[in-house]
Design a protein around this ligand. Structure first.
Ligand SMILES: Nc1ncnc2c1ncn2[C@@H]1O[C@H](COP(=O)(O)OP(=O)(O)OP(=O)(O)O)[C@@H](O)[C@H]1O
Length: 205
C-alpha cells in the first residue's frame, strides 16, 4: 500500500498542494489531474523519492520510503517525461538492457512487448531514428516486462495515438486487476467514465 500523508509543497512562493493525503491499495488506478503548472510532476517525483516535499511523508507498506529506498525501488516502475530510451540502441536492445538491469533475460518477452506496442518489424532500428511516438512506445513496452507492483507514470500518453491509448488502457487495467497499482497523469482522455478510475485534482483552488 502506498500512503501519501499530509504532503505540502511550495515552489517559487506558491503552494502547489497542502495537507494532501491519499492512498493506493492493490487494484487502485489513480489519475492526478490539474492544469499546466498545478504540481502534478512535482507530486509524482516526490512520491517516487526524486524530489522533496516541504512537509509530510510518503509511506510504502507502512514505512516511510526514506527509510527503505531499496525495498521501495524494487517495487516501483517510474516513467517520467523523458523516456530514458537510448538513441544509439535499437528498440530491442533498449528493452534487453532494461531487463538486464533488473537481472533478467527473456528475449521472447521482449518480442511480445514490442508487438504489443506496435513496433513489430521495427525492433532493429536505432531509437534515434524512430518517431517521437515510437520512442515513447519503446519506453512503454517496459510495462509488459515489469514485475513491479507500483507504476508511477508521468504523461505516458505524450505523442501516443488513439489506438495506442486503447492498448495502454488495457495494460493498466490488467495490472490493477492482478493486484498492482497505477498512479499517472495525462492531459488526454483516458478511462473516460470507467468505474476503476479515481481522480485527484490539484490546482482546483
Ligand atoms: N525545481 C523547481 N524549482 C522551482 N520551481 C519549480 C521546480 N519544479 C517545478 N517548479 C514549479 O512548480 C510548478 C509546478 O510544476 P509541475 O511541473 O509540477 O506542474 P505540472 O502540473 O506537472 O504541469 P504540466 O501539466 O505543465 O506538466 C510550476 O510553476 C514550476 O515552475
Amino acid at each position: 500500500m502506498l500512503e501519501v500523508k499530509q504532503l505540502c509543497c511550495v515552489r517559487d512562493d506558491r503552494v502547489l498542494f497542502d495537507a494532501l493525503t491519499f492512498s493506493l491499495s492493490p487494484g487502485d488506478l489513480v489519475q492526478i489531474e490539474g492544469p499546466n503548472g498545478a504540481g502534478k510532476t512535482t507530486l509524482l517525483r516526490i512520491i517516487a523519492g526524486l524530489g522533496l516535499a516541504d512537509s509530510g511523508e510518503v509511506c510504502w507498506q507502512q514505512q516511510a520510503i526514506t527509510l527503505q529506498r531499496d525495498a521501495f525501488y524494487r517495487d516501483l516502475l517510474f516513467l517520467g517525461h523523458t523516456t530514458g530510451v537510448k538513441r544509439e540502441l535499437t528498440a530491442f536492445e533498449n528493452l534487453a538492457y532494461y531487463m538486464q538491469m533488473h537481472g533478467r533475460t527473456d528475449h521472447d518477452a521482449i518480442w511480445q512487448a514490442l508487438a504489443k506496442v506496435g513496433l513489430a518489424g521495427r525492433e532493429d532500428i536505432p531509437a534515434g531514428q524512430l518517431s517521437a511516438g515510437q520512442n515513447r512506445r519503446v519506453a512503454l513496452a517496459r510495462l509488459w516486462l515489469s514485475d513491479r507492483r507500483l507504476w508511477i507514470l508521468d504523461e505516458p500518453l505524450t505523442a501516443i495515438d488513439k489506438q495506442g491509448v486503447k492498448v495502454l488502457e488495457a495494460v493498466f487495467e490488467r495490472h490493477v486487476q492482478q493486484g498492482g497499482m497505477v498512479l499517472f497523469t495525462t492531459h488526454q482522455d483516458m478511462f473516460v467514465g470507467h468505474p476503476l478510475l479515481r481522480r485527484i485534482r490539484l490546482g482546483a483552488q
